[in-house]
Each structure stands twice: as C-alpha cells, then as structure tokens.
Design a binder for this molecule. Structure first.
Ligand code: ADP
Length: 602
C-alpha cells in the first residue's frame, strides 16, 4: 500500500536522505529497488531522513522510496509465542528456511515473511455473546496457543466501543478470518484475532499500580538484598564473563513471570547465537515443557543492521505490553541497552543531530526514560480490569566499568534496582557475581510489607542486619589488610565469621545445582535468619567469654554453608528446627565457658 513516492538523495551508512514530500515522522517506508525496510526519523521540508533496517550497500541516489502511511508496528496475535524475531519482527526461523542463510537476506518484507502465520488455523473459543457492549480491552475469546499460555483475544485498543453483532462460534480460524463484528457509532468494525500497534507508542491501560509486590526470581541476592517489584525495572551492568548470560537465563526460567521476552540487542553474532541456542533449549521447571511455549525472543546482533537494533527495544516492550494487557506478568530482559544506545548515537550523528555527552544525542535520557516508563503493574482496560505487568531487567555494558558514563548514569536514574555483576567476584567463583556493596533497590521498603505478611514479620530487620554485617566486613577487612587480624576484637572476628557465612551460605548460589538454583521466599528468609541468629547469639556468647574461633568450630556452624544445597524449598521447616539446635549449641558452649571461668576462679 503506497501513499506517496520519492527518490533517494544520498546514503550514509544506515541512513538514507530522500526527497519524500508528505512523509510523516516514524513512518515506515520501502527504500530502493530492493524495497528495504526503513523508518523516517527526521523531516526537513520535503526531505526525509530514513533509518534503514537492512544493509544499505549497493543503494544508489535516484532509486525510489515508497511511503506506507503507517508507523513501524508490532503485529500482535496468536503465533507470536515461540518465535524468534529480528528487531522489526521478521521471523528469523522462517527467514532462515527461506534463504538458507543464518542472517536475514535483504528486501525480505512482511509480504513474503509476515511476523505471524496467516495460514495456520487456531482453535478459537468465544467468551462474549451477541448483544454485549464491548469496549477496548474487553475479552472476546481465547486461543489455547501453547500448553503454557492461553492467548486472550481482546477488543483492540484502537477501536471505538460498540455492540457485538456477531461472534464466531467455537472452531478453527485463521488470523484473517473475522471473529467478531461490532457496531459502533462510526459503523461496523470487523475484528480479527490480530492487530497492529505502533511500537513507539505505549499501549493504554486503566491505572498504574504502585510497585509493592515483589517479583520472586528465586535468586537470593536479588530477592532478599536487592528485590525487584512486579512492574519494576532493574539494571545489570556486566563485564564479559561475569555471568550475565547465566543470570538472564536463570531469570527467564525461574522468575515468577508468566511470559518472558529476552531482547538480545547488539551483542556479537556468535555470542548471541550461543545465548539464543541456550534459550531455545530451556525447560520450564514447573511443567517440564519447553520454556519457548511462554517466550518470544528478539535478536539483533552487532553484525545485523544497526537501525533494527534501535527498533528492537521498542518492539520487545510493545509485545510485552500486549501480554500485560491480557492479564499476564511479562518480563522483558534486554541485553544490552548500551548497544541499543550506540545504535541511537550512530543514527543521530548521521541525521545531523547535535551530539551531546560522549557523542550521544541530547535525547538519550528521554529515550531511556520512555523505555523504562513502559514497565509497570497496571489495571488493564476492559470490564474485567485484569492485573497485568511488564517488568524490565536490562543490562548495560559501561566501557571500562565506568558507571558515570552517560548510558549507565542515566539508566540509574530510571530503574529501581541495580544488580552490578563484578568481574572480580566471578573470577573468585562467587556466583551470582552481584556486588553486594554496590547493589541497591528502591523497592526494599515497598515490598517489605508483602514479605512481613507472607514470610515473617522481621523480614526487613533480618535483611538490613545482613547488609550491615556485610558493609562492616568490608571496613574490617581494610583494617586487617593494614594491621593484621590481631588488631581485631573477638566481636569483630565474630562479625567476619558471620559475614563469611552470609556470603558462602546465602549470597552464593549455584545455577547448576538442582536444589540451590531456585530459592523460594521462606527458604531464603530462614537461611539468612540462621546466619543472623548465629551472629546475634554468638555475640552474646562472646560477651560471656567464648572466643570467636570456638563458635566457628561448632559442627552446626560448619554445616551452615551447605544448607542452601541440602534443604529443599518445601523442607524449609528443617531450617526453623535447625535454628533451635543452633541456639542450644551456642548456649551450651557459653555455659561451658562460664563454668570453666568459675572453676578457674575457685
Ligand atoms: P557473560 O555472559 O557475562 O559473559 P556467562 O553468563 O556466560 O558470562 O558466565 C560465565 C561462566 O560463569 C558460566 O559459564 C558459568 O560457568 C559461570 N557462572 C555464571 N553464573 C553462575 C551461577 N549463578 N552459578 C554457577 N556458575 C555460574
């Protein structure tokens, strides 16, 4: 569908300048004889600057540019799960079959390889009836798309409300079949199981809710120390080899979110291919079915065109919002937003934007803010008012680990949690290598109420005590480095022992160990509480004359670091019992020392 035509004036890398009267900002266009995908990103009079989503070599001035009149949009409907798309939603598996090449051939457009399969029949179960008043967001029917996700077909947000005149009976339909007709004051709307939504426009909802419920990830250092709320956003800086891929994989598999959408953005082709292979093979731990049955993956590697990388983040978050609107908790993992920002920088320079900090365009912070603002827990449109959410975990790759560089420093303003992966910790095989001294979460106070209600009333107290012990450990280690252990009091030595136990027995978590890999909140709480009880009761014993070394040598204490691997989530009561034994053992030890003192005195 063409609404106007123009000509290429010049080509500069991924950007084309064209004479294209009437072009709209963010309009989708087809560029050159091959009909390459592009998006208008700047307009100057009759001139349009177009970022092209495909390799531009070979394009020549004078070749045609065709307008579509439409913005770049996500195609949303059944068939979107279990797909691997590029940044502009071309299905990679299909393109691979079509071209027999691992990377997308040029000029393959939506007509030849549409984002959704229009031939495949889907089982449709209507949930509304003729005569119903329907407004955007109302449930029309469901498609059992995969065993793990029921695709809910809603009256799309772009239509007017009206009265349902027809609803297709239960049966098999393809995406182009009309499944409902709605009479509105602007005429009859024919509804299909799919619709398009412009990727740069947030999808509407009724109300945004405060981030007060934690999104349980099963990773202890995250959930207990630096929690993320359902609908929250977190940033993960991760130097190479620090465990970013494993973290993303663990989050995808074990976090409580129902729908996951990893966006692999701008990493090197072979690394992304490895990450992709890994993701495709994952098994959903609760059902034993392929994780892909509740996943969509977006991939734009560094050897794919830079502009599509810029689009991939918007594509991902739009698809996540679409599942949010169906009442699911969606979790988007973007790796890496630094590569995304670099793509933005490259395009901005070529369209003549004034560079700001480190060459990034002045609108970098706005773009980052807009992206993170699309996370959130909402009451959706529609009469049922479902609860749905988009939670974001995004990696950043600060050059040289410098957190003051623009992408990282701006990101930190917009996210609520920060999980800095640390190369030194990874090197010493402390996994997950999240630096507990630098991490933070603004959700601690908001999720505390949930934890105190669902797990134990002193959750925050135990958590804060652990943070204090770890912070104090770092200071004491500095003292030890300069003056040696002799400079420490018994109380301080005891604190170091407690910190060691927190690190070994709580913070460390082996993603390859069947019991350790996922900790539910009760296990997390009781595990940490054991360490804190050891610290508090031990301190009391020390004041009664017990040396720190004697406490450390108790059998029950020596076993503490292994409990995370020995005790399953459902057996957390064993940890409760363990605490009683531990308290008794410390008490006995203290009594022994007290009676020895009495004997010595006498
Ligand atoms: P990155 O993606 O940051 O380059 P990876 O995620 O591939 O790093 O991690 C590198 C290696 O570190 C993994 O192959 C694995 O052996 C180890 N590793 C990382 N995280 C964990 C973890 N939570 N538990 C056990 N091993 C881990």
């Amino acid at each position: 569908m063409s609404v106007g035509k123009g000509r290429i004036v010049y080509i500069s890398g991924p950007v084309v300048k064209a004479e294209l009267p009437g072009a709209l900002l963010y309009e989708l266009v087809f560029v050159g004889e091959l009909g390459l995908f592009g998006e208008v990103v700047r307009i100057q009079g009759d001139m349009a600057f177009i970022q092209v989503y495909e390799e531009t070599t070979g394009l020549k001035p004078g070749e045609p540019v065709v307008r579509t009149g439409e913005p770049l949009s996500a195609w949303l409907g059944p068939g979107i799960i279990n797909q691997v798309y590029d940044g502009v939603q071309r299905p990679l598996r299909n393109i691979f079959e079509l071209t027999q090449r691992p990377f997308v051939a040029r000029g393959i457009n939506y007509e030849r390889t549409p984002p959704l399969d229009f031939k495949k029949p889907w089982k449709w179960i209507p949930k509304a009836k003729v005569g119903d008043e329907v407004a955007p967001g109302d449930l029309l029917g469901v498609v059992p798309e995969t065993p793990l996700i029921e695709h809910r077909i809603l009256y799309p947000p772009l239509y007017k409300k009206g009265t349902l005149k027809y609803i297709a009976p239960e049966g098999e339909y393809t995406l182009n079949d009309v499944i409902a007709e709605v009479e509105t004051d602007e005429g009859i709307v024919q509804v299909k199981m799919w619709h398009k939504w412009p990727v740069r426009r947030p999808r509407p909802f009724r109300e945004k809710l405060p981030p007060i419920e934690p999104l349980i990830t099963g990773i202890r250092v995250i959930d207990t120390l630096f929690p993320i709320a359902i609908g929250g956003a977190a940033a993960i800086p991760g130097p190479f080899g620090s465990g970013k891929t494993v973290t993303i994989r663990t989050l995808a598999m074990y976090s409580q979110a129902r729908y996951v959408i990893p966006v692999l953005c701008g990493e090197r082709g072979n690394e992304a291919a490895d990450a992709l292979q890994g993701l495709l093979k994952l098994i959903d731990p609760t059902t034993g079915r392929p994780l892909m049955e509740r996943t969509t993956i977006i991939v734009n590697t560094s050897n794919m065109p830079v502009a599509a990388r810029e689009a991939s983040i918007y594509m991902g978050v739009t698809i996540a919002e679409y599942f949010r609107d169906q009442g699911y908790d969606a979790f988007l993992m973007a790796d890496s937003t630094s590569r995304w920002a670099e793509a933005m920088r490259e395009v901005a320079l070529r369209i003549g934007e004034m560079p700001s900090e480190e060459g990034f365009p002045a609108y970098l912070p706005t773009r980052l803010a807009e992206f993170y603002e699309r996370s959130g827990r909402v009451v959706t449109l529609g009469k049922e008012g479902r609860l749905g959410s988009v939670t974001i975990a995004a990696s950043v790759s600060p050059p040289g680990g410098d957190f003051t560089e623009p992408v990282t420093s701006h990101t930190l303003r917009f996210v609520g949690a920060f999980w800095p992966l640390d190369a030194k910790l990874a090197y010493s095989r402390h996994y997950p290598a999240i630096n507990w001294l630098m991490g933070f979460s603004r959700y601690v106070d908001t999720v505390a109420e949930w934890y105190q209600k669902s797990v134990n009333t002193d959750w925050k107290d135990i958590r804060d005590e652990a943070v204090r012990i770890l912070t104090r450990e770092a200071e004491l280690q500095e003292v030890v480095r300069i003056l040696g252990t002799e400079a420490l009091s018994e109380q301080e030595k005891h604190l170091l022992n407690a910190a060691f136990l927190i690190r070994e027995g709580f913070l460390k978590q082996d993603a390859y160990h069947p019991v350790d890999v996922k900790s539910l909140p009760p296990k997390q709480y009781w595990l940490l509480r054991l360490m804190i009880t050891f610290y508090r009761k031990g301190l009391d014993a020390i004041n009664r004359g017990v040396p720190a070394a004697a406490l450390r040598e108790l059998d029950l204490v020596k076993r503490l670091p292994r409990l995370r691997m020995e005790i399953k989530n459902e057996d957390y009561q064993k940890l409760v019992d363990y605490e009683k034994e531990l308290v008794d053992a410390i008490e006995n030890l203290a009594r022994q020392y007290e009676s020895q003192k009495l004997v010595a005195k006498a």
